[in-house]
Design a protein around this ligand. Sequence first.
Ligand SMILES: C[S@@+](CC[C@H](N)C(=O)[O-])C[C@H]1O[C@@H](n2cnc3c(N)ncnc32)[C@H](O)[C@@H]1O
Length: 369
Amino acid sequence: MPAARHIEEPLRALNAICPYYTMFPLEFPLRVLRGRAEKGEWVVDPFCGRGTTNFAARLLGLPSVGVDSSPVAVALTQAKLADARVSDVVRVAVGILDAMPSRVSVPQGEFWERAFESSVLRQVCWLRKELLRDCSSDSRLLLRAILLGALHGPCTKSAASHLSNQCPRTFAPKPDYAVRFWRERRLEPPVVDVVEVVKIRARRYLSERPKQTATHVVLGDSRAEGVFGKRKFRWAITSPPYYGMRTYIPDQWLRNWFLGGPATVAYRPPEQELDHGSAEAFADDLRKVWKGVAANAAEDARLVIRFGGIADRDVDPVELLKNSLKASGWRLTTAVSAGDANAGRRQATQFVHGGPAPKEEHDFYAVLD
Ligand SMILES: C[S@@+](CC[C@H](N)C(=O)[O-])C[C@H]1O[C@@H](n2cnc3c(N)ncnc32)[C@H](O)[C@@H]1O
């Protein structure tokens, strides 16, 4: 297995295919696994987000399972584990767009008119429709993730890298706010060569391709019985939502729309959301997940959790997490500070748009009880 420090930068490029609101750095799971994990040992992340743990496992030649309740997270994780040549991904994009009919139905309203130039919007909608119809090949999984990454972001003076009018990259703005912003500044959506954007991005992420490993990615609730299948895991490395963090899907509503979701922001909490009603209820829900992982764990399995808190909840995240591990099948061995949550690219670093401020993050290490 390659030592993590020997994994060249270009091999890691795929990890950046699309930003995700809260993510931990690739170095974190690499550090846990490097030099310790043996060939063939399965790795799991029950809250896999954009698939950082799964991609680290792939870089080290390890098989992995990822579970997440967000369609955006699952689409990104699937892409991190896929493999295709640049030319194949571009060929799929060109093939889909060549077959575009003259009439394509697009969502209506001022947001959509101002977010995307009309011909770009038609192409985005057609690509969306085609990829919803069939996303079974690795080339299509990678194309879909490239488009998710390009869907919204800043406009630059040089060649366009995003398809939208001026937007943040990590989260989608709320429609009313975005329309006001564009109107007041007279910002027009750019005319973008969609295939060119795909080509540039495919080259960026796929010029070096790490070897594929066995994987299983599940769109589901990690509290559910049987969600992890039948494999025995030696490593579980994860970062659950922080208590009070409930905006994973609304903050990604545009990407979620591209994956078949509604063309509006849904504020209703998703069914799979953990219970944020109280710290005790939240810890109980986490405990269900730890129990499920324990039921599938090899004898000498390790569970590593990064967890923090947000300032508007007056709860000690360390106590909450310790509580969740009680009677979970796991015994806590170590809890250490991950350092200042604003240093490096830790998950709370992404709290940049006036959301709740992060508290310090901690790493928890546990063994089977
Ligand atoms: C902190 S993020 C994980 C980020 C990940 N470590 C990364 O690097 O991208 C937590 C994730 O938990 C997911 N999640 C929330 N509730 C869930 C549930 N009941 N089952 C599975 N995933 C859930 C969210 O959608 C989110 O992607």
